[in-house]
Design a protein around this ligand. Structure first.
Ligand SMILES: *[C@@H]1O[C@H](CO)[C@@H](O)[C@H](O)[C@H]1NC(C)=O
Ligand SMILES: *[C@@H]1O[C@H](CO)[C@@H](O)[C@H](O)[C@H]1NC(C)=O
Ligand SMILES: *[C@@H]1O[C@H](CO)[C@@H](O)[C@H](O)[C@H]1NC(C)=O
Ligand SMILES: *[C@@H]1O[C@H](CO)[C@@H](O)[C@H](O)[C@H]1NC(C)=O
Ligand SMILES: *[C@@H]1O[C@H](CO)[C@@H](O)[C@H](O)[C@H]1NC(C)=O
Ligand SMILES: *[C@@H]1O[C@H](CO)[C@@H](O)[C@H](O)[C@H]1NC(C)=O
Ligand SMILES: *[C@@H]1O[C@H](CO)[C@@H](O)[C@H](O)[C@H]1NC(C)=O
Ligand SMILES: *[C@@H]1O[C@H](CO)[C@@H](O)[C@H](O)[C@H]1NC(C)=O
Ligand SMILES: *[C@@H]1O[C@H](CO)[C@@H](O)[C@H](O)[C@H]1NC(C)=O
Length: 377
């Protein structure tokens, strides 16, 4: 069953992060420190800080432009007030295949592409249609940032991938589609950051929900992050992550129907203790110190489901990582709070018991599941 992750379409396993039950320490001793960390402001000409106070370097005259192909730089024609200046107000535009080459050490990298659909150099935003490849992986295919942003009702979008590279160089190639003939490619910002091995599973313990098939995630598996939510909590900006510069978002917009459950927050005097073997960079304390529960009353909680809905592309396998941490002061024992987890209506966890699993409250735990959604959903 090893092949299940490596799908014909684009060799991508999409990644869906959902934090279901997510208490408080102020330490961040074991945060991750990336060896490679590039923030490239495409079309920019000087170092500039973003709203998160991270400095972006310009790509103009930079060593990363390995291709001799034609490209142009341009400011965005207009600025939506919700769109930050850096890296979104400038872009590099490509009419033919164009490669950026980043000198990196061997290992896993987060690669993030930033797009602000707009008119650049007088071009119509709707004519931008392109593919992005990295080594043997096609990360984006026939991609329209304008359509994607419109569908999501976002003004700008970030596409985040995880790839393992052998070292030397990480080459990213932008290729305009051959049709329509006026198709072009562009990008506003590129991030390349080394990361630890967060997701590998090669021992068959990772299975597809509803089947016994084992799934392998190894060096050859590329992943795309599609959702990463801080359940019951607020947005977490890249600088407030654990050295991995991930963005975490409020989960409430994804909840189905009116059953929002009850948000719970760890008492400030509760210490979140990562068990030995769980590095703190897995997820920040803020993620584990907030949760959403179905409340303590059986007459209520047995009569509804707390459901999150995610729109996805079919044709891929999805890794769902649930982060749990019991935060209620009086929930410390086995069998006190037991629930079922369904993924796509299939039982993923018949008897989830967080305090039972971890042996108490304030102890983080995460569990991974794989879902293969039917083609039409
Ligand atoms: C932003 O970063 C600079 C240099 O890295 C630092 O001097 C400054 O204090 C930071 N500002 C804020 C608001 O964090
Ligand atoms: C996976 O890649 C890393 C970094 O490139 C390397 O150190 C490791 O040996 C590889 N693992 C396997 C099983 O090939
Ligand atoms: C851009 O192209 C679309 C589709 O071809 C068209 O509807 C739209 O009017 C164009 N916008 C501008 C400003 O030309
Ligand atoms: C590429 O996307 C465009 C716009 O969404 C669509 O009209 C076209 O059919 C797509 N082409 C292919 C080959 O999928
Ligand atoms: C990346 O691009 C550079 C320059 O074009 C080339 O020398 C190198 O072989 C490429 N490396 C990989 C891994 O594709
Ligand atoms: C910690 O908070 C819990 C719940 O609010 C409370 O019962 C307990 O007395 C507090 N302990 C201390 C040392 O403040
Ligand atoms: C735990 O505390 C909450 C809030 O005070 C209360 O509603 C709930 O009934 C308590 N649960 C148990 C099992 O004691
Ligand atoms: C789950 O079940 C509900 C109710 O039967 C149905 O409306 C929904 O389409 C199902 N969802 C999936 C992903 O199977
Ligand atoms: C909750 O969802 C599961 C799986 O779709 C379904 O079997 C069950 O009937 C639902 N329960 C309620 C109370 O809606």
């Amino acid at each position: 069953m090893e092949g299940q992750c490596r799908l014909s379409l684009a060799s991508l396993l999409l990644l869906l992060l959902l934090l279901l039950l997510s208490a408080t320490t102020l330490t961040s001793a074991a945060d991750y420190s990336p060896t490679d960390n590039f923030l490239l402001n495409c079309g920019g000409s000087s170092d500039l800080p973003d709203t998160d106070n991270r400095t972006w370097i310009p790509d103009v005259k930079s060593k990363f432009l390995s291709s001799s192909a034609d490209s142009k730089t341009s400011p965005a024609a207009t600025q939506d007030p919700s769109v930050p200046d850096v890296p979104y107000m400038t872009a590099r535009i490509f009419r033919s295949p164009f490669t950026y080459s980043f000198p990196v050490a061997a290992g896993r990298k987060f690669v993030r592409f930033h797009f602000y659909p707009n008119s650049y150099d007088g071009l119509n935003a709707t004519n931008s249609l392109f593919s992005v490849s990295l080594g043997s992986y096609t990360l984006l295919k026939n991609f329209s940032a304008a359509q994607t942003a419109q569908a999501l009702t976002f003004s700008f979008i970030v596409k985040e991938f995880i790839v393992n590279v052998e070292g030397g160089a990480l080459n990213v190639t932008f290729t305009p589609e051959s049709a329509p003939s006026n198709a072009y490619a562009y990008v506003n910002g590129i991030e390349v950051t080394s990361m630890p091995d967060l997701y590998s599973s090669t021992d068959g313990s990772l299975t597809v929900v509803g089947s016994s098939g084992g799934v392998t995630i190894d060096n050859s598996t590329a992943l795309e992050n599609v959702y990463r939510l801080n359940v019951g909590g607020n947005d977490i900006s890249p600088s407030d992550d654990t050295g991995l510069y991930r963005s975490w978002y409020d989960d409430q917009p994804y909840i189905f129907g009116a059953g929002l459950g009850i948000t719970e927050t760890a008492d400030p005097n509760m210490t979140i203790e990562y068990p030995s073997g769980t590095p703190t960079y897995v997820a920040p304390v803020d993620v584990y110190s907030t949760a959403r529960s179905m409340g303590p009353t059986p007459q209520i909680n047995l009569n509804y489901n707390l459901t999150w809905i995610f729109s996805i592309d079919s044709g891929f396998s999805y890794l769902v990582r649930l982060h749990f941490c019991e935060v209620a002061p009086n929930m410390t024992k086995i069998n006190q709070r037991v629930f079922t987890v369904y993924l796509n209506n299939q039982t993923a966890e018949p008897e989830a018991d967080v305090a039972g699993w971890t042996g108490g409250h304030g102890i983080p735990l995460h569990k991974d599941y794989v879902v293969n959604p039917p083609d039409d959903e």
